[in-house]
Design a protein. Structure first.
Length: 504
């Protein structure tokens, strides 16, 4: 599109074709003139800002911050391109009558007002309309409106037709480029389902074909069906259920580069809010991230823990998307729905005891990550497994397991079961550490919904122990906080300036 602009500049220069604009000037009378003035409102600063604010309100209402940020980036890029001395060229005033002149009093190629309108309509299409028929319809409506505005401004003498048409095409091109690069539909689909998770990838079309082909070529498994499964309990991956040609089923989870970036941001924000809770580093690639879970499953299986058998890792897109195939358990219930008796409670306490003895920590014990299969308790989602954790982290595992069991029974029963494997001081230390981010988000939600104060009940049963603060101050935390706050302030000021800046 930029090269096309150079060609058009070389062809016309500062002497645009006046004849076409003169032809449109014949419609400068009723009933065409009032309609043209009404359509011209969309190319004014007020009209464009209203459209942008409406888009921002919708995106913020559904917490689609990434789409809003990419829209602002696209607007900034368009402003940069449309005003660049290499691309922008002043044009001579029209020889035909002018009803409405550009606000600046100067005609340009690309047409400034149409450039701002085009990028606004473009980002609205890609950020608000879901992929498929709705986006095609939105694109048709936006393009039609853009063409009508160009025609209206040609009638008014405010815009040369060829400059307006080029600006319209350039705006939609920049929007498509920005969203295709920074917010691709496969990783960040436009959705209006509240309570969804941006980490969950779309399991349709090309991705299903890639899964089927990868399982066949890399693991020798013939997949006949793929469907989402257990998304409500997954916060950092895309879980799915695959049916094989023999009727058996295999559980899988997909991790992508977006999950690695999310993990890095999570660790950064945790450092700012609490300091470093553990001496851990973020993963450098999606292969390393998914390889950690495969390793963790094999390690636990080697030590005799009841975990899913792993079939291995398959590559969907090199260095971008990988799938871990695992054993699927039929007739299994998560601990949030299963029947919990004294035997299951004891198994939970024994599980944590064995983790302690082997120098391991699960780090994410919650109802969705524990299954009851034929009366036996086992853990899933072991991607956060930590080898040789700190005593604090082990204590947190014990507290979370007791809270999970307490939700399905009562505190005295769970406390008595815990004392068969731990000392009262162990339990006291566990609940001294059970606070804030130490408790998984899902477990916190269940605790808020329960009328009982389980944490207080467990603390009353155990020996008195002062709370263990999870705040850790360091020069790294202070420096990171200052850098993030400063960067956020600068980015916010720039975003507001770009968002409300309209070319004319």
């Amino acid at each position: 599109m930029i090269l096309l602009g150079f060609v058009m500049l070389a062809a016309f220069g500062s002497n645009p074709p006046y004849g076409l604009l003169g032809w449109f000037a014949r419609f400068q009378h009723d009933p065409y003139l009032p309609i043209a003035k009404a359509l011209n409102w969309f190319a004014t600063k007020t009209g464009i800002v209203v459209l942008r604010i409406a888009m921002a309100v919708v995106l913020l209402s559904f917490l689609r911050i990434r789409h809003l940020f990419v829209a602002i980036v696209a607007i900034g890029v368009m402003d940069l391109v449309a005003t660049s001395p290499l691309v922008q060229f002043p044009l001579d005033p029209p020889q035909s009558p002018v009803v409405v002149a550009p606000t600046s009093g100067q005609w340009y190629f690309p047409a400034s007002a149409i450039a701002s309108l085009a990028i606004t309509l473009g980002v609205m299409v890609f950020s608000l309309a879901p992929r498929g028929i709705w986006r095609r319809r939105a694109f048709g409506i936006a393009l039609t409106l853009g063409i009508l505005v160009v025609v209206a401004r040609a009638i008014l003498g405010a815009t040369y037709v060829y400059a307006g048409a080029y600006s319209l095409a350039l705006g939609f091109t920049v929007a498509a480029f920005a969203f295709g690069w920074l917010a691709p539909d496969d990783a960040f689909p436009v959705s209006y389902r509240r309570g969804g998770n941006a980490a969950h990838l779309d399991l349709t079309g090309d991705r299903v074909e890639a899964i089927t082909r990868a399982l066949r070529d890399q693991l020798g498994l013939t997949v006949t069906g793929v469907e989402p499964f257990g998304a409500e309990g997954s916060g950092g991956s895309t879980p799915l259920l695959m049916t094989l040609d023999d009727g058996s089923r295999v559980f899988g989870k997909i991790l992508a580069t977006s999950h690695v970036k999310a993990d890095r941001w999570y660790r950064t924000m945790r450092t700012i809010m609490y300091g470093r809770l553990e001496d851990e580093t973020s993963f450098s690639s999606v292969r390393q991230l998914i390889g950690q879970e495969d390793y963790a499953l094999r390690l636990l299986d080697d030590q005799g823990f009841r975990v899913a058998h792993t079939y291995g890792i398959v590559e969907l897109t090199p260095n971008q998307e990988y799938l871990l195939a695992e054993q699927f358990f039929d007739n299994a219930d998560t601990l949030g729905h299963a029947t919990v008796d004294d035997d299951v409670i004891d198994q939970g306490m024994r599980l944590v005891r064995r983790l302690w003895d082997w120098g391991l920590a699960h780090r994410d014990l919650k109802p969705a990550n524990m299954l009851v299969v034929d009366g036996h308790l086992q853990v899933i989602d072991v991607s956060g497994l930590e080898v040789r954790p700190s005593p604090w982290r082990q204590a947190v595992d014990l507290a979370n397991m007791m809270l999970v069991m307490g939700l399905r029974s009562d505190a005295p029963r769970v406390y008595d079961a815990a004392l068969r494997h731990f000392t009262p001081d162990d339990v006291a230390e566990a609940f001294a550490a059970a606070q804030g981010m130490a408790i998984p988000t899902e477990l916190q939600r269940y605790l808020k919904e329960d009328p009982r104060d389980l944490i207080a009940e467990f603390r009353a049963l155990a020996p008195a122990r002062p709370p263990i603060s999870i705040q850790r101050w360091s020069s790294r935390r202070i420096g990171l906080t200052v850098a993030v706050l400063g960067g956020t302030l600068v980015l916010t000021i720039w975003s507001l300036e770009v968002f409300f800046h309209v070319l004319d």
